[in-house]
Write a new protein. Structure first.
Lengths: 238, 230, 468
């Protein structure tokens, strides 16, 4: 398969290793990976704040970048949600509505793509550690992703998975919410981190880098030994 | 005085005119069921209620236990009378409330206590100082472990809620599977002459208002006893 | 004015800083979660039930005039009076008039959030009527002169110790730390009030069009007493509460109990079809139904968000909302808090002053998942944000996002901006956490990540050359 990579802007700038992990896994499964370099941002920040015209400007660049793609895969529940769930809303009644729907239909979140499209749950990964999984809200509730990451983690050699009580509770990132309502965002982060620590896991994993930024931000500030990694990084490790 | 009736209706019509709302995202096709409204659609989703009378009585008994409803199955009215006499002595009843009802009258035959009867009206303070209220009921609902009362079957509105102990005498033939069946009974029995009051009573009164901890016996009866006769 | 928004920030900061309080609220909720899940599992299919409930509400709300008229005709035929109140003032005035015309002195109330919405108690008390809240939670907050903390559990923010102190102070009762004893104290106080009150005011959970009935759900029995003994019963309800058929209650009553309180069925579910009918031994001589609009018709006109009128006020969305659990009910500063409050308050009280409630959310969607009637709550928050940005954009945001869209709309600009980002990052490091730090909202509690030396774009280009 020729798989076009959709790399969210903050993964691009802050966590390029996550992107490379996706590349390694997909190429490891024998697929050809393409990266349309004209992509910039899916347009979620202005969209979430209600500035839909501004969001459409960014979205059009994304739609153009993937116009000829066979299939599009991204390592982010929230950004894939933007494309799959919100592009049709964003462009409803607009000239680009059909293009938006077409892109929505062929875009997938990374773990969902592996399990539901490729039918793969074992990518031959190896990772020694006690891991707990944080369900990013967009992936969980907008895309219905729950079992896929767990099916993949179950086949990682050496990995022990423990569930935290607050796995499905929002970490408090929420985009600009994290700074606009910082005390609330912090409180939610505290609840999440406490739940992680309660499991005794040495690593927290998620399929959303924005959530990891929030969680890691607090764990590192509190000088915790718990690591935070993206699902792709676990799956790429041998 | 009709107040803003015309204005509000006008606003409603204007809001809805040529302004359709998106249908709910439902995974099952429910629109026909919703329009049909015979109450049968919900039976597919609500908890199971057993097929036979025996299963339903067992379900009712089980739920009653969880609610701390005192549920007694008795073979005869004589046995029911014995039960009531025992209850009266143990609880130290000095005065009770009741109403005109075939089974209630039979149950209280010969009981040696002053009785405040409600069917022709009563003084509130008289009823308030009763230790127990004895009533019939319309139906028992297996699905919820509760009973349904009306003005006729429970001697008005207050008899079954004001005294601190509510005792109900009922027959197994009054057992219905679920709320839908209870509402069908209401429509059949009362036709267009609905009583002004119907109530589903599911256990003794309770509250969760303090630290969301369950406490039994709030404002309504602290005890609910259901005596079921064949 | 921006005061509501500023108040929210102040209050939410105060409450989130109180870790003990947050833990206490969380503890209260955890018992509910367990029982709710047990009851949901008891349904043959909870999701199927939600779908049907959503469809029934869709039918009701989208034919609201038809069902309200049917309800009115049936219940007035049995002697009830129906008053259509355009707004809060009309509703208050009508109720005051009924009280005055009937020489009412003492009024007893059962729980009604709609009466909070119209500030009824205040208006009655100012005119010299004694008003007693009979619901235990409402009684407690009434004594404390506070608003209800939560739609369904008004006093869940108070410890038993605080309640004991309150009763000692206001009622002269003995100190106790047992919830049962505290409940009995309230019970004894209320018993006299029920017997002496001239008028009972209640809310309404559902109105049934087919049979002309109102339905009231409760656990304590106080609503039944409020509506049985006084000679006048006033029932207040929003116009959106009407359901088409009597059998609809067989779905809604168990769902309300499960979602609202984790119960199979609430203790008392009572249907009233009119005042005392001829031959009945007791019950009020007069039944007044007050149908309240108060801008609900504006929400009705917003087809996108019309489903919010399907709300059965169960409180399930509040119970799962991480914002509500951490900031508490008082931070919202308005009658209806939590997700449903954040959705409807801009419509009922003005977008400009209340859109901040829609912004104060991470859009996690737990509310939408919990709603028994499938209101698209978190998407409505997004829609409120969009509507707010269109009608009253924040100038700074407008400029920032304008810049953002310019940058992201032109990939070359984006790549250039990134270069500047790398230059500024070490500068930010110098002021990190101080008053000069533009990121201090983040860095106060979390470490901010470092920009990677090279973006993925740059690395790919280097590694894969000219390949697309």
């Amino acid at each position: 398969m020729r798989i076009s990579l959709f790399i969210p802007c903050f993964v691009d700038q802050l966590y390029p290793n996550v992107a490379w992990s996706v590349v390694r896994v997909l190429e490891g499964l024998g697929h050809e990976v393409l990266f349309p370099e004209s992509q910039s941002c899916c347009g979620q920040p202005p969209f979430n704040s209600g500035y839909w015209d501004e969001s459409r400007s960014a979205a059009r660049v994304t739609m153009k970048a993937f116009r000829d793609a066979e299939v599009v895969v991204g390592p982010s529940g929230s950004c894939v949600t933007m494309i799959k769930v919100f592009y049709p809303d964003l462009f409803k009644g607009e000239p680009d509505e059909l293009k938006a729907r077409e892109l929505a239909a062929k875009t997938h979140e990374f773990s969902s793509f592996l399990v539901n499209v490729l039918g793969v749950t074992d990518v031959g990964a190896k990772f020694d550690g006690k891991v707990t999984f944080h369900d990013g809200c967009h992936g969980l509730r907008e895309l219905g992703i729950k079992s896929e990451p767990r099916a993949l983690l179950a086949n990682v050699k050496g990995l022990e998975l423990v569930e935290m009580c607050e796995a499905e509770t929002c970490c408090g990132f929420g985009g600009t919410f994290a700074v606009k309502y910082a005390p609330i965002s912090t409180a939610m982060d505290e609840v999440k981190c406490a739940s992680i620590l309660e499991t005794g896991a040495d690593t927290v994993v998620s399929n959303d880098s924005s959530c990891l930024m929030q969680i890691r931000g607090m764990l590192e500030k509190e000088k915790s030994a718990v690591r935070s990694l993206h699902l792709a990084e676990i799956l790429a490790s041998k | 005085m009709t107040g803003g009736r015309a204005i509000i209706l006008g606003r409603i019509r204007e809001a809805l005119h040529n302004n359709p709302a998106p249908r709910p995202h439902t995974s099952h096709s429910q629109s026909e069921a919703a329009a049909d409204h015979n109450g049968h659609a919900q039976r597919e989703w609500l908890p199971k209620v057993g097929e036979t009378l025996s299963e339903r009585i067992d379900l009712f008994a089980k739920i009653s236990e969880g609610l701390t409803t005192e549920f007694h199955r008795v073979p005869t009215m004589a046995a029911a009378r014995d039960l009531i006499t025992k209850l009266a002595t143990e609880s130290g009843w000095k005065k009770i409330g009741s109403h005109s009802h075939h089974d209630v009258d039979a149950l209280l035959e010969g009981i040696d206590l002053p009785i405040v009867r409600t069917e022709k009206g009563y003084a509130i303070d008289d009823l308030e100082s009763c230790d127990a209220g004895i009533t019939g009921c319309d139906v028992l609902v297996a699905q919820t472990g509760g009973i349904m009362v009306s003005v006729e079957s429970a001697g008005g509105r207050a008899l079954s809620v004001l005294p601190p102990h509510h005792v109900v005498i009922a027959r197994t033939s009054q057992m219905v599977p679920d709320l839908t069946a209870a509402f069908q009974h209401v429509k059949q029995k009362y036709g267009k002459q609905f009583p002004s009051f119907l109530s589903f009573i599911t256990g003794p009164s309770r509250t969760g208002d303090i630290e969301r901890i369950l406490v039994l016996g709030a404002h309504g009866p602290k005890r609910l006893t259901v005596v079921l006769l064949d | 004015m921006a005061t509501q928004s500023a108040d929210f920030q102040t209050l939410s900061r105060r409450y989130t800083a109180d870790k003990g309080f947050r833990a206490f609220i969380q503890k209260g909720m955890s018992g509910y979660y367990k029982k709710r899940d047990q009851n949901k599992a008891n349904f043959q299919d909870w999701q199927g039930a939600r779908d049907l409930a959503a469809e029934i509400k869709y039918e009701a709300i989208n034919h609201l005039d038809k069902y309200l008229l049917e309800f009115e005709a049936k219940i007035t035929a049995r002697g009830a009076k129906v008053f259509w109140a355009q707004n809060a003032e009309a509703a208050r005035d009508y109720i005051l008039k009924v009280a005055q015309e009937n020489n009412v002195r003492s009024i007893i109330k059962s729980k009604t959030m709609t009466s909070e919405e119209i500030h009824l108690n205040d208006a009655l008390e100012k005119r010299g009527f004694g008003v007693f809240e009979s619901d235990l939670g409402e009684y407690i907050v009434q004594l404390r002169k506070e608003a209800p903390f939560h739609l369904v559990f008004p006093a869940m923010h108070l410890t038993r110790g605080q309640i004991s102190d309150l009763f000692q102070k206001e009622l002269g009762s003995e100190a106790t730390d047992e919830p049962e004893k505290l409940t009995m104290i309230a019970r004894d106080v209320m018993r006299r009030k029920y017997c002496e009150a001239d008028m009972g005011i209640s809310g309404t959970n559902f109105a049934v069009a087919e049979t002309g009935m109102i339905s009231i759900t409760e656990n304590e029995g106080n609503a039944r007493l409020t509506t049985s003994l006084p000679k006048i019963h006033v029932a207040l309800l929003g116009i959106e509460k009407v359901l088409p058929k009597l059998e609809d209650l067989s779905l809604f009553l168990p769902m309300l109990a499960t979602a609202g309180a984790g119960q199979t069925m609430t203790c008392y579910n009572t249907m009233y079809a009119g005042p005392r009918q001829p031959g009945e031994p007791d019950g009020p001589e007069q039944l007044h139904i007050v149908l309240l609009d108060n801008r609900r018709t504006e929400l009705l006109a917003d087809a996108e968000q019309r489903d919010s009128l399907g709300c059965i006020r169960c409180g399930a969305c509040l119970n799962v909302c991480p914002i509500f659990k951490n900031v508490g009910g008082y931070s919202y500063g308005t009658t209806y808090g939590g997700p449903i409050g954040s959705v409807i308050t801009p419509h009922l009280r003005g977008l400009k002053d209340w859109k901040h409630l829609s912004a104060a959310s991470s859009l996690c969607g737990a509310c939408t998942e919990a709603c028994p009637v499938k209101i698209d709550l978190h998407h409505h928050l997004l829609q409120n944000r969009r509507n707010g940005a269109k009608s009253a954009p924040n100038p700074l945001e407008k400029v920032s996002f304008g810049g953002f869209s310019l940058m992201m709309g032109h990939p070359a600009l984006y790549r250039l901006a990134v270069v500047f980002g790398r230059i500024f990052q070490p500068l930010q490091g110098l002021v990190n956490g101080t008053i000069l730090d533009p990121l201090r909202a983040w860095t106060g509690s979390r470490k901010f990540p470092t920009l990677a030396p090279q973006s993925f774009h740059q690395q790919w280009k280097k590694d894969r050359g000219g390949k697309k």
